[in-house]
Design a protein around this ligand. Structure first.
Ligand code: AMP
Length: 581
């Protein structure tokens, strides 16, 4: 289906063309024709990132009369972030209509918002608290309103805006249409639909309460004391991570961000004790990728609309399952893939079942990578960085003779080893003292016994562990890996031991006698159009039971590639009942 076939205003179509949208997303395809043709109420169940702003924004701008003094449409959303995002999108969609869209939200100068509204406005985009405030001051009049859009309705109710929404809807004319969008459908949202809507058309993208299928959900079981070191390992194992780390409280958020920053990671906190301007600055830097890891509370992160977040990490699970959906929905936006990683204590493992049931999705049990696996990944990244570096011949030429002189007695291998060691030694040193951080799923002894039987065995000395360049993302599963290995080498599946399939890599064990055969036959073999590369994992060469260490060297920073620019937050806040941002 094309946008032209949907029946939108020509000026709106022109904007879509300029934005480069080629075809409507599923929610747009289903919602737009209906909203254009019918004067009816509407419920759209869709995650963020599915294109729902355009699903309501395009028909809205095609239907309203532009240039009247009083607004015909009002969009209500939970956060300041989202309010600004929707305003910006509507302005772009309505560029050729000269539409006036005014955002109103808490925490900003109300006088400026009043002046903007008094100039005349076609669409108001508002957070509930500030909207009520402006209605009470008689600045905003809703008597001409024909369309009320409630965006992220479930979030608004979560944040305690139920009363405000009830009041706002009561002040709007009876014959208006309400268009409600929500990622999930808890009973409170269903109540709005039944109280304020007349036989709404309901469109659902995916199942009700279902998460985005492009997200890979993994959980890791760790001892409480290992939560932070485990977090660091997950980050180190994904050197290209661009991630959002969720904590349960403001204090925990500040604490984790501070520790990460101190340990050389490029991380910043985002929580309600920071002033609005500080939060804006952090968000701006995160959006521009100057910050690699944003550590946030649920409330502060609501409405964050940043494309390309690769990982959401739940440092602690949220108390409310609905919040898990919202958190994880910050990754895998606009059709991209993403990962949601949860750190759990043994006591929390049962919560996963509840989330799986509610989201109709499955979690994978992950293994916190060991020291050698992380070193191998980091080393690969270092080599990639070095080999893709541009040599600025002219600039370095004057220095080269002296440099060459220093290395004149060394061969190529020795020089490479020296450079790698200079970058890598401290990293290896940290990890060489780091032990296994995986806890069994159950804390009792019987449970541990069963786990072991199930395959969480200690590594056998006669086995060799291999690293493979393909993972779940490439469609690889245990069966596929076994089949490929056996086809390529002629080995039987019984010759292959433990297999760990990660998102983009895998590890497997075989009896050490097969090492040569595997390296020779599997390297270059094909799996579903991908060329396989295997090597003996560095883990295979690591020796002895490792001891624990606590502090991570600042030198590690060079591997993360970030800039730990920590900026302390200042006390702020403006709310009485709850925070409106
Ligand atoms: P939303 O769910 O409204 O937050 O949209 C998520 C992202 O998808 C935004 O970056 C939009 O610009 C983008 N988007 C929305 N609709 C389309 C479309 N039809 N084609 C391409 N990108 C789109």
């Amino acid at each position: 289906m094309t946008f032209e076939a949907l029946g939108l205003r020509s000026e709106v179509l022109q904007s879509i063309k300029e934005m480069g949208y080629e075809s409507p997303t599923p929610i747009q395809e289903q919602a737009i024709p209906h909203l254009l043709q019918e004067d009816s109420d509407f419920v759209g169940l869709a995650q963020t990132g599915t294109g729902k702003t355009a699903a309501f924004g395009l028909p809205l701008l095609s239907k309203i009369k532009i240039g009247r003094k009083l607004p015909e449409a009002i969009v209500i959303c939970p956060t300041r972030e989202l309010c600004l995002q929707i305003t910006s999108d509507l302005k772009i969609f309505g560029k050729h209509l000269n539409v006036s869209v005014v955002p109103v939200y808490g925490g900003a100068d109300i006088k400026k918002q009043i002046t903007d509204i008094k100039k005349g406005v076609d669409v108001i985009v508002a957070t509930p608290g500030r909207l009520m405030d402006l209605m009470n001051r008689k600045v905003i009049h809703l008597n001409e309103i024909r369309y009320v859009v409630l965006d992220e309705a479930d979030e608004m109710l979560n944040m305690g805006f139920k009363e405000d929404i009830d009041d706002i809807l009561k002040y709007t004319p009876l014959e208006k249409n309400v268009w409600l969008f929500s990622a999930t459908m808890p009973k409170e949202v269903a109540a709005i639909a039944s109280n304020y809507m007349d036989r709404p058309l309901e469109i659902s993208i995916g199942n009700k309460n279902q998460g985005n299928e492009n997200i890979l959900h993994t959980y890791f079981v760790v001892y409480e004391k290992d939560r932070y070191p485990a977090l660091k390992r997950l980050i180190d194992f994904h050197p290209e991570i661009y991630g959002l780390i969720f904590c349960r409280t403001k204090h925990e958020t500040a604490n984790v961000a501070q520790k990460l920053s101190r340990d050389g990671y490029n991380a910043e906190p985002l929580h309600g004790d920071l002033s609005q301007s500080m939060r804006d600055m952090v968000m701006e830097r995160f959006r521009n990728r100057e910050v690699q890891l944003l550590v946030a509370t649920d409330v502060a992160a609501r409405g964050i609309d940043v494309d390309s977040i690769s990982h959401v990490i739940h440092y602690n699970l949220p108390d409310d399952i609905e919040n898990y959906t919202h958190r994880s929905g910050r990754t895998a936006r606009a059709g991209k893939k993403g990962e949601s990683l949860s750190l759990l204590s043994q006591k929390e493992v049962f919560k996963i079942k509840g989330i799986e049931r509610q989201m109709r999705t499955e979690f994978v049990k992950g293994v916190i990578p060991n020291a050698a696996e992380i070193c191998q990944i980091q080393l690969k990244k270092l080599v990639q960085k070095v080999t893709s570096t541009t040599i600025r011949e002219k600039d370095i030429e004057p220095f080269l003779p002296e440099m060459f002189e220093h290395f004149k007695d060394l061969n190529k291998e020795e020089v490479i080893k020296l450079f790698i060691s200079a970058e890598f030694n401290r990293f290896i040193e940290y990890y060489e003292r780091a032990g296994d951080l995986n806890a069994s799923e159950r804390s009792d002894k019987a449970g541990q016994g069963r786990e072991r039987e199930k395959g969480e065995r200690r590594r056998d000395e006669n086995k060799t562990r291999f690293f493979m360049n393909l993972g779940k993302r490439d469609g690889l599963n245990v069966g596929g890996l076994l089949r490929t290995l056996c086809d390529a080498t002629g080995l039987k599946s019984g010759n292959i031991g433990r297999i760990d399939i990660m998102a983009s890599y895998s590890f497997f064990d075989t009896d050490s006698e097969h090492v040569d055969r595997i390296l020779k036959k599997v390297n270059g073999a094909q799996f579903e159009g991908h060329t396989i590369s295997v090597e003996v994992s560095a883990a295979a060469k690591s020796s002895g039971p490792a001891k624990k260490s606590s502090n991570f060297s600042r030198e590690k920073r060079s591997f993360g590639g970030g800039r730990p620019d920590k900026k302390p937050g200042s006390q702020g806040g403006f709310n009485k009942r709850r925070r409106d941002y």
